[in-house]
Design a protein around this ligand. Structure first.
Ligand code: SF4
Length: 550
C-alpha cells in the first residue's frame, strides 16, 4: 500500500505550506521510509493510502504549523480543504498515536515518583491531617489490623474511621498534575476543562492559584469570573479566548471527544496535561476490546456525570453504545431485547431515545451486548444489572452460547478498586454501636454518594452527607446534602448530637475518594470544640493511642 506522511506538532497544528499570497496549501511526504504512527487507510486523490503521522522534529523542515481552526477559517487551496475533510474524523487520535495497547495516558505514579508535597505543602489546611496520616501508616504497617476500623477516643466523643477512606490514587495523580503544572509554567495561562475532581475545596484552591475553569461539571461554558455563558458564541466565554500558547488540564474523569476535538482544533497540547485516571481509561480499553468483537456497549452510569459522558463518547468511537441508569432501565432494555419488529423499535424510542449512539439500530445492535460501569458506583447495583442481562441472554440463546452474545471481563464489573475498597471498609464499620455517621465529600461526588447510601441504609436519618466542617453548624444541628442529578444538591437541616445524650458520643466518619484528609480532621476538630476541654483527651494522647493499636 502506498503511504502518505503528514506532520503535526505537539500542539496538534498541521504542517502546511504558504504561498506569497498567504494562501495555505498541503504538505505531505509520499512513501516516506519512516512508517511510524499509523493513522488509518484513507482515500486521497482517488487512491488508497496508509496515512502516517510525523511529529514535530521528526525530519520535517518545510512549511509552518498552523492550528486546525485557523486553517479552516483561512485562505487555502482546494486540495488542502479536501485533505482536512478526510483527516478530520481521525483528528481525535492524533495526540495519542504514540501510545500502544498497554500504555496509559497517565499511569499511577509509584512511591518514588510521587510528589504529594507539591499539593500538601501548598494548602496545609486542606491536605494535611496528623490523625489521618497516623491511621494510614498503621494500616500499611500492621497487617493484623489493617482492615479493621479504628476508634479515636477523645473522651467525651469517639470517632470510628474505616480502615480505608478518602483520596484514591487517581485523584492524587490529578491533583499532583494540576499543582505541578502551576509550578512549572508560571508564565502560561492554565485552564481546567472543568472541575479537576468533585471537591470544592480542592477546586477553589486551584482557582485561587490562577487556574481557570472552562466549563462546569455539566458542560456549561464559563467566563473569566466563573459565570455561566448563555450563548456559546459569546466572546467572553473562556472557550472563545484560549489559544495554542495556553494549557488545558483534562480532569481525572476524562473528557468527551467533542471537548477534546475542540481543544485539538485550537492547537492545545493534550497528552502532557491529561490527568484521566488510568482506571477510567481501563474501561475505555475494555470497550475497545469488546467493540472490535462486535459487542454493543451498555454503560451503567449516571448520564449527567462527566466520567459517563466521556466513556459514552469514547464508546461511540468504536461502535453502538447506550447508557443505563439503573436496574429498572436494564429491565426496560430487557423488554426491548425480547420484543420483535415494530414493537421493538417503538419501545426503544420510548425508553432510550436520548441515551444511545447515533444510528443505533435496536434490531441488530442488541444481539451481542457488553456491560461496563461508571467506576464509582455501588457494586451490588452494578452486579444486579449484569446478572439480569446475563440471565436474559442465556434465556434467549442458551447457556452454551452465552459467551457469543454476552461479554464480561474476568472481574465481572469495571468498578475501580478504590471505590470498592472504601465501600468494603465502610461496611466493616457498620457493626459498631454508633450515634451518627458522617460521610464527607463533594456534594456532586458519585463515589461519596455511594458511601452515604451504605450508611443511610444502616443509620437512616442519623447518616449525614456533608462537604466539610461548615455543614456542622452547632452541637445539635447539621446541614445534610440531598444528592441531586444536576449536582446542585438540596440542603436539609437536621438534628445532630443531643446535649442530653449519653457519653461518649460515637460518630462514624468516612470520606469519598476526592475528600482530602485535612477536611476530615477539620470536621473532627469542629465537633470536639462543642465539648468542654476537661471532658476531652488531647490530640497528642490520641495520636499516641494510634501508635499502640494492635
Ligand atoms: S475513584 Fe477510581 S476511577 Fe475515579 S479517580 Fe479514583 S481511582 Fe480513578
Amino acid at each position: 500500500m502506498p503511504t502518505i506522511t503528514i506532520s503535526f506538532d505537539s500542539n496538534n497544528r498541521l504542517n502546511v505550506l504558504k504561498d506569497e499570497a498567504n494562501c495555505y496549501d498541503y504538505f505531505v511526504i509520499y512513501d516516506s521510509e519512516s512508517k511510524k504512527n499509523f493513522l488509518s487507510t484513507l482515500i486521497w486523490e482517488g487512491k488508497k493510502y496508509d496515512f502516517y503521522i510525523n511529529y514535530e522534529g521528526e525530519n520535517v523542515q518545510k512549511g509552518e504549523y498552523v492550528t486546525w481552526e485557523k486553517l479552516r477559517a483561512g485562505k487555502k487551496s482546494q486540495a488542502l480543504t479536501t485533505l482536512m475533510d478526510i483527516l478530520e474524523p481521525h483528528l481525535i487520535n492524533i495526540s495519542y498515536l504514540k501510545f500502544n495497547e498497554r500504555d496509559y495516558i497517565y499511569r499511577f505514579r509509584n512511591k518514588k515518583e510521587r510528589n504529594t508535597q507539591i499539593y500538601s505543602d501548598n494548602a496545609v489546611d486542606i491536605y494535611q491531617s496528623k490523625l489521618c496520616t497516623a491511621i494510614k501508616l498503621i494500616r500499611r504497617t500492621k497487617e493484623k489490623i489493617s482492615n479493621n476500623p479504628i476508634t479515636l477516643n477523645f473522651g467525651a466523643v469517639e470517632y470510628i474511621l474505616p480502615s480505608h477512606f478518602g483520596f484514591c490514587l487517581g485523584v492524587q495523580n490529578a491533583i499532583e498534575r494540576a499543582y505541578e503544572t502551576i509550578a512549572n509554567y508560571p508564565k502560561k495561562t492554565i485552564y481546567m476543562l472543568s472541575e479537576l475532581i468533585h471537591n470544592p475545596f480542592v477546586n477553589n484552591d486551584l482557582n485561587k492559584r490562577g487556574l481557570k475553569y472552562l466549563q462546569t461539571d455539566q458542560g456549561q461554558w464559563l467566563n473569566m469570573d466563573g459565570e455561566h455563558i448563555m450563548e456559546n458564541s459569546d466572546p467572553s466565554a473562556l472557550w472563545n479566548q484560549i489559544n495554542a500558547d495556553d494549557i488545558v488540564i483534562i480532569p481525572a474523569f476524562g473528557a468527551t471527544h467533542e471537548d477534546k476535538l475542540r481543544l485539538i482544533k485550537k492547537g492545545i497540547a493534550l497528552k502532557d496535561f491529561d490527568a484521566t485516571c488510568m482506571l477510567v481509561e481501563k474501561v475505555w480499553k475494555a470497550i475497545k476490546e469488546h467493540s472490535e468483537k462486535g459487542f454493543t456497549t451498555l454503560i451503567h452510569g449516571k448520564y449527567y456525570h462527566e466520567e459517563t459522558k466521556a466513556t459514552f463518547s469514547n464508546a461511540c468511537n468504536y461502535g453502538p453504545a447506550l447508557i443505563l441508569a439503573d436496574l429498572d432501565e436494564a429491565k426496560l432494555l430487557g423488554k426491548v431485547i425480547l420484543a420483535n419488529g415494530k414493537e421493538k423499535r417503538q419501545l426503544f424510542e420510548k425508553y432510550f431515545s436520548k441515551r444511545h449512539s447515533n444510528g443505533f439500530n435496536p434490531d441488530t445492535d442488541l444481539e451481542k451486548i457488553a456491560v461496563v460501569n461508571q467506576t464509582t458506583l455501588l457494586r451490588n447495583l452494578t452486579i444486579e444489572i449484569i446478572n439480569y442481562l446475563r440471565d436474559l441472554i442465556i434465556q434467549r440463546f442458551g447457556e452454551a452460547n452465552k459467551e457469543d452474545y454476552f461479554w464480561e471481563n474476568e472481574k465481572g464489573d469495571t468498578l475501580c478498586y478504590a471505590t470498592q475498597v472504601n465501600q468494603d471498609a465502610l461496611r466493616k464499620s457498620l457493626d459498631e454501636n454508633l450515634d451518627h455517621a458522617l460521610v464527607i465529600g463533594g456534594k456532586n461526588s458519585s463515589n461519596t454518594y455511594q458511601l452515604y447510601q451504605i450508611c443511610q441504609k444502616r443509620f437512616g436519618d442519623q447518616a449525614h452527607y456533608i462537604q466539610s466542617e461548615a455543614n456542622i453548624t452547632s452541637m445539635d444541628s447539621i446541614t445534610h446534602y440531598i444528592y441531586s442529578k444536576s449536582g446542585s444538591a438540596n440542603e436539609e437541616t437536621r438534628s445532630f448530637i443531643e446535649l442530653t445524650s449519653k457519653k461518649p458520643v460515637r460518630i462514624l466518619i468516612t470520606g469519598g475518594a476526592s475528600c482530602p484528609d485535612g477536611i476530615i480532621q477539620q470536621a473532627i476538630s469542629k465537633i470536639n470544640g462543642f465539648f468542654p476541654n476537661e471532658e476531652l483527651r488531647s490530640m497528642e494522647n490520641v495520636l499516641e493511642d494510634i501508635k499502640t493499636f494492635d
